[in-house]
Design a protein around this ligand. Structure first.
Ligand SMILES: Cc1ncc(COP(=O)(O)O)c(C=O)c1O
Length: 397
């Protein structure tokens, strides 16, 4: 075989590091703060609704391609309730196999080989993979510590005649940056001026502690050029159910649906009923979710600071990005490979989320969507970090 396989271009990306770090966590019995999933399930009434759907035979056979009407209506209601957006459940909503499929289907549908996509790096690893699978080129605009604000001049400079779309993620994984109205307005102005599409990944929309989540689709002139993606996984703490969705104009949603049809066609029938019920939960549910995670963020941040990390306090999401330079460390990947041996905690190096790994070389990400006792345990273990431990093998790093 003479031509390199596409997979060789994807192999170094984040997913491989999650597998490696999770295996290390199992091997060493470490507290796993690597991958972002909660260690408690979501509301019992949503779980019950899924069980009821299975047992009463709702959704056990292929659901409709765009998603069951109940869920599409609930998604439309959610967009109206939280953002004042009018979304037609018939033509402007598509249910997907998690946000991950929505991202893949949107990029495959909207990109042609040779197109350029501007994305804020560090980025969620599926972006780079899906842009590559669409035959397009990613053009990173780097978010820099300590605040990780979007560099609007760099974004402007990144636009060329081949730019097709801007891929946004707010609240942003892994930095926890939440884009402001002014930043979004500047991005919108560029998108309109250069006739670009925007795909916006808003899976952490309800996990905001400082600031406010603003969908870019709510800005003037943006509804018609924006594909908005979200997911039930983070909002309802059922990440394994993989119920996500896309909203946008009928034309854009139809394009995404055409690609989605040949990826999974449909998925998660009974879970769709359950998430429709979840989306009807009162505002207090959403407020409590954010308040609980806010507290967890502060607990882990305090533990990390006490252990000597520089902490970049996130405005939203499940994640805290830290800098390990104050610990005398210079390589996040090597540090993360040794950390379970040194103190029994697993984290992930942010470098894997960058095209320019140098930019994130000393950054390490910790997830705080864990039970209080797990976070307390992790903080206690991290406190022992400076103590020389009984031997990680030197080659482990
Ligand atoms: C930014 C971002 N987008 C999308 C996803 C995937 O969402 P889902 O589990 O619904 O596919 C994640 C999950 O970690 C994420 O962090």
């Amino acid at each position: 075989m003479t031509r390199p396989l596409l997979t060789s271009a994807l192999a170094g990306m984040g997913t491989t590091i999650f597998a490696e770090m999770s295996a290390l966590a199992v091997e060493t019995g470490a507290v796993n703060l690597g991958q972002g999933f909660p260690d408690t399930d979501g509301p019992i009434e949503i779980a019950q609704a899924a069980a009821d759907a299975v047992l009463s035979g709702r959704g056990n056979q292929y659901p409709p391609g765009p998603g069951i009407p109940e869920l599409r209506s609930a998604i439309s209601g959610h967009q109206k309730r939280f953002y004042g957006l009018d979304v037609d459940p018939e033509t402007e909503v598509l249910v997907t196999a998690g946000a991950t499929e929505a991202i893949a289907a949107a990029l495959l549908a909207l990109l042609e080989p040779g197109d350029e996509v501007i994305a804020l790096e560090p980025y969620y690893d599926s972006y780079a993979a899906c842009i590559a699978m669409a035959g397009a080129t990613r053009v990173p605009v780097t978010l820099r510590a300590p605040a990780f604000r979007p560099d609007l001049d760099a974004l402007r400079d990144a636009i060329t005649g081949r730019t097709r779309l801007i891929l946004l993620n707010t609240p942003h994984n892994p930095t926890g940056m939440v884009a402001t109205r002014e930043e979004l307005a500047a991005i919108a102005e560029l998108a309109i001026k250069h006739d670009l599409l925007v795909i916006t990944d808003e899976v952490y929309e309800h996990l905001v502690f400082d600031g406010e989540h603003i969908p870019i689709a709510t800005l003037p002139g943006m509804r018609e050029r924006t594909v908005t993606i979200s997911s039930a996984g983070k909002t309802f703490s059922f990440t394994g159910w993989k119920i996500g969705w896309v909203t946008g104009t009928p034309e854009l949603v139809k394009a995404v649906r055409t690609a989605k049809q040949f990826l999974t066609y449909v998925s998660g029938g009974p879970f769709q009923y359950a998430i429709a019920a979840g989306l009807a939960l009162p505002d207090a549910f959403y407020a409590d979710l954010a308040a609980g995670l806010h507290r967890k963020r502060d607990v882990l941040a305090a533990g990390l600071r006490a252990a000597g990390f520089e902490v970049f306090l996130p405005q939203g999401t499940y994640f805290i990005t830290t800098d390990i330079a104050p610990l005398g460390e210079s390589d996040g990947l090597a540090f993360c490979r040794r950390l379970p041996y040194r103190c029994g905690v697993v984290a992930v190096p942010n470098a894997v989320f960058y095209d320019h790994p140098q930019a994130g070389r000393t950054q390490v990400r910790f997830a705080f969507c864990k039970r209080d006792e797990v976070l307390a345990d992790a903080a206690a273990r991290l406190a022992g970090l400076t103590v020389t431990p009984p031997g990680p093998p030197a080659e482990a790093g």
